[in-house]
Design a protein. Sequence first.
Lengths: 357, 545
Amino acid sequence: MFHFSVVTNWIDELLRTYLPDGWALFIEFVLIGIAILTVYAVLALILIYVERKVCAFFQCRLGPTRVGPFGVFQSVADMIKILLKELIKINKVDPRLFRLAAYLVIIASICTFGAIPFDKGLHVVDFNVGVFYLLAISSLGVVGILLAGWSSNNKYTMIGAMRSGAQLISYELSCGLALMTIVMLSGTMQLSTIVEQQTTAWNIFRGGIPAIIAFVIYLIAGHAETNRGPFDLPEAESELTAGYHTEYSGIQFGFFYLAEYLNMFIIAAIATTLFLGGWMPLHIPGWDGFNGVMDYIPPVLWFFAKTFACVFLALWVRWTMPRLRIDQLLKLEWKVLMPISLINIILMALWIIYIDL
Amino acid sequence: MKVIDELLAQLPFAGIEQKEKTYSVSVPKDKLRETAEWLKNNPKLSFDFLTDIIGMDYTDSLGVIYYLSSTTFPSYIITLKTQTDDRETPEIDSVHDLWLSADLYEREVHDFLGITFVNNPDMRRLFLRQDWKGYPLRKDYDANPELNPIPLDNEDLNDMEDMPFTEINLEGERLEQHRKLFEEEDYVVNFGPQHPATHGVLHLRVSLDGEMIKKVDPNFGYIHRGIEKMCEAYTYPQIPHLTDRLDYLSGTISRHGFCLAVEKGLELEVPERAHYIRTIIDELTRIASHLLGWGCMAMDMGSITAFVYGMRDREKIMDIFEETCGGRLMANYSVIGGVMNDIHPNFQKKVKEFIPYMRKMLKEHHLLFTGNPIARGRMEGVGYLSKEQAISLGATGPTGRASGWSNDVRKIEPYAAYRQADFKEVLRSDGLTFDRYIIRLDEIEESLRIIEQLIDNIPGGNYAAKTKAVIKLPEGEFHQRVEGARGEFDVYINSKGDKFPYRVKFRSPCMTLVNTLKYIAVGTKVADLIMLGGSLDYVVPCIDR
């Protein structure tokens, strides 16, 4: 199996032979920063293109076709457009908070993105509390959304932000509980270890019924965290025009837009890492020939294939379901998902004690 | 009819004329309120449905005509007429507490003719700006643009909130007063005039308590084109071009209604072939309109895919229209005496292909949206409209039928080829959002049945009767009701024997629907307001005539 650790280790050694340790580290930080930002932006463009094509497919349309073959450069063109757009100055906003909000949202998103293990060695920081870090940093985004709604000084954004606050904080709970179920199974919060443990069987198979329940809950709650339909209440365009980012224009709006798409990817990536074996190929115990063939596929591809499968699920749901109402949304969380998650944790404990040895 | 004759005989002061099923009752101004109450609250025969209020300028006096109908004998109409000679400060007693729909109708008459309705608590202008000078539908109206220059600043929202009203208290004193629409601490949000979910340029001012709606106040007039005023300067063959632009989604039906009214006046024998073609086109329009209504409602609830599905199927109908009528949205098809052109050779084939296609797609629509648990959860138990309320509000069409009010003009007063078709009026009883939703899909099914029966039996012969080059309607009043996609569409023509009408009035089914929103949205959530708007399926150009 080809792992990216080969490349990263080679760069590390190369730098250390010519430079003192401090400088080598500094250059590595810069390189990683650039790499992360690039991948972040490129992924966002790909996701926007994929979303438009998939959505068009669901709606019996063609989607973008003009720019480049099959319209693949459409999102690049859109990006250039959004970069060139004027940032409209709006009267009676709180300018500092207004600008800060967009940065907070994108920073939270990038920081979460950095912690995802794409491959062995293709992992920025491997905390021993990785899952905890993911949960903590990803919930920073809600502060940005609340600030955006508040500082815009607009009634629509205000309602959107308040909805968002209620929604994100509620769904954080079942999101966290679902991940905790897997942490119980793995016995660690370190993402790399969690992935390594899934060599023989992915957690969703290894954890049996409780893991499957946790997976489904995580997909629902995670989808709600991304503010996308049927949970797009904070930006419900038929009610609140564009919700919390109504007043934003140009690249500031672009930040919200990018963060929304990348959050969808991040949620899918976390689901992949914790439930679907991360970059691990599909291995079935006993089928050595099959496992061998699977090993030929590079782990990075495995990771992206699984993640995009989850993303596709999210798109499918988004383009099929109508929007929930705020009371139904909260009812779903507090009366359905939360209790099930709590019971599921007990189930997982029993599973670990009696079945998974 | 005997019951009505007996009833009207008890009004000694009234001048009564009968023409077929229409009774015209003229009463002096001070007896109006009494008569209206008598007609409404009579235990034997309650005229509980106020179809429309028409303001008239008879040059020497101003008048108001109330079109009343009873749910027990829906095909009979009473037109209650009254006049006032005072052109400076004309005042007529309000009937807003007898029929909920009178509220907006009286405001409309006040706006265009300057008649003040005493005791109506809200006498703001309905369509024009509050500071507009003059009353456009008066015959002596000065249309000089210098009097009402194009405003360069926004209308002050405070103007919209200030409600003047005139009342006569128990001591008989006449008081002119003002009231505020909202209270000081209300959190008022503007939905519109530019808003994705108002189905046009509608302005709803909504006061909120958190997510809960406390009060809704619709503001109209942002795209008002003065069609009724324009009609007074147009010849009869020209006017149908305007009726298509009222409710643009059921344009052919409104146009059909106008042509029928003129034909009634001319006593013109329309060829049977034209009747059949008009009926089929009307029903196709109804399907197209319901499909769009369905899609828009789904989109209002956040399901954009459903909207695209609706549009996709509507496209088939638009293609059929394009071939036969030339136009797609504005078909411009009916003319006085028949239809513009004969049907296209492909028409029958295409329509026959469309029927099974649409049936198949209806299943898909149900699969995609009706059965969706989120959609069901959103729609069930929200937005209750009782039958009594629906009648009092004049919420005709699918909205009224969802509340169990049988108001289909195609059944009550069959016109064109509806007598030849066997179809049933879809009725539901619960009056909830889900009923208003599902009734549209069921009506598509019924419309398909009508088309299916008529398409193979289109009789031969001329597609239009010969009319004179200059059409002059004899003196009198002509009234025609048709069933638009959103409710009853009425045309009232008052002719003085000229080639121009003296006064034309169109009943807007959508105006009463928006008024309905005011009553059913209170206590629901913001998201529900939008959904209820979708379920009522109003079209704003129909209101802003």
